[in-house]
Ligand binder design. Sequence first.
Ligand SMILES: [Zn+2]
Length: 342
Amino acid sequence: MRAIVFNTPGNYAVVERSPIPPGYGDVMVRVEAAGLCGTDFRINKGTSPAKFPVVLGHEFAGVIDEIGPGVKNFVVGDRVSVDPNIVDCAECAACRRGQPHLCDNLIALGVDIDGGFAQYCRVPSRQIYKLPGQMDIEEGAMVEPVSCCLHGLDLLDLRAGERVVIIGGGFIGLVLLQLCLEAGASRVILSDPSPVKRAVALELGAVEAVEPERLHSLTKAEFTDGADVVVEAVGRTETVEQALKLPRKGGRILIFGVAPKGAPVNFSPYDIFSRELSIIGSFINPFTFSRSIEIIASGRLKLKQLVTHRLSLDEIAAGLNPAPDMIKGMVLPQRAASERRR
Ligand SMILES: [Zn+2]
């Protein structure tokens, strides 16, 4: 099979190799679609950790090609989406507290062990979820990022009628926009430097979509006392600092974007105290995978139109240096190099 192996940050190649056959409790997934994510870009730049050499790709879906011994609930031919986050611990303090997604020993397909930027991937069967028959396989590959957004939404405890600001109109920002509206947000304002992403945000129901510099005055004009909820979906220190300035008294800030590890942020602790702000972190997708499949199957999220780039394994170089207007890049590992652009 063909796979993209990353040896060190920035150093990767498409190689021909034999797939590792499924062991006890594993299935072999023929990968049909694998999304590019900010984490892949960060690993490639060296600002996010991974266990090299490794095949990246942690947002993927495909068809079961082979079943290992001990697998009970799946058969060859099942279309599945993969939850890449493997907790095989139950011993650390977080696991014993009932928060397995915060496990000290968490490992992820496509980060710590080989993932989906390959024609085949070996996956423990407890990490796979059957897709409804009508669900598009690219939508299946987007179950993982949507499941992470659902966890963020759960932590926000959004109430109907609340006013939301979303900083960042990438895939995550545009999914959270839709989920906030689904959950009853009255008005959502989104900011992004890209006019293309702003146009998509307006199409998806944002009341305003503006350049980041305009966000502060607009939020004041629209909401007078600030936003009930601010979602940071960029992961830069500047945007986190901006997010902390936008909520109303008693408002909440969701830190969803992944800032570089160790990057500091300037803020006034007095503001957090006197304005009684809540800063909420959201990490991966505990117990939200099935709900993600449900909400996607309902047809109420517009996901397909967020796929702006489709790439074969050989074309991934373009995907790893994303154009400013890329919303979701989709790697199609079964697509031949010669079969350019659809
Ligand atoms: Zn643990």
